[in-house]
Design a protein around this ligand. Structure first.
Ligand SMILES: [Zn+2]
Length: 76
């Protein structure tokens, strides 16, 4: 289950409190200590294409968007 899919599911379940309770008991995603799922983009929450180098913690798409704003320069 992807991160975004899980969030959508919770949004739908908020209208149904009894089902939400049952979902939280049996289907809640596992707490991860390590692995891809623990590293999320701090801008958009995406788990793919993560850049952790230099403490960026952004996905590659967000880095591409804001690289110039945060002071990166392209040398070609
Ligand atoms: Zn991102």
């Amino acid at each position: 289950m992807t991160t975004s899919y899980y969030k959508k599911l919770l949004k739908q379940l908020r209208a149904k409190p009894a089902k939400l309770k049952r979902f939280a008991k049996f289907n809640a995603p596992k707490e991860r200590k390590y692995g891809i799922g623990t590293k999320k983009c701090r801008r958009c929450g995406r788990t793919g294409g993560h850049i952790g180098k230099y403490g960026l913690n952004l996905c590659r798409q967000c880095f591409r968007d804001i690289a110039v704003k945060i002071g990166w320069k392209k040398y070609s």
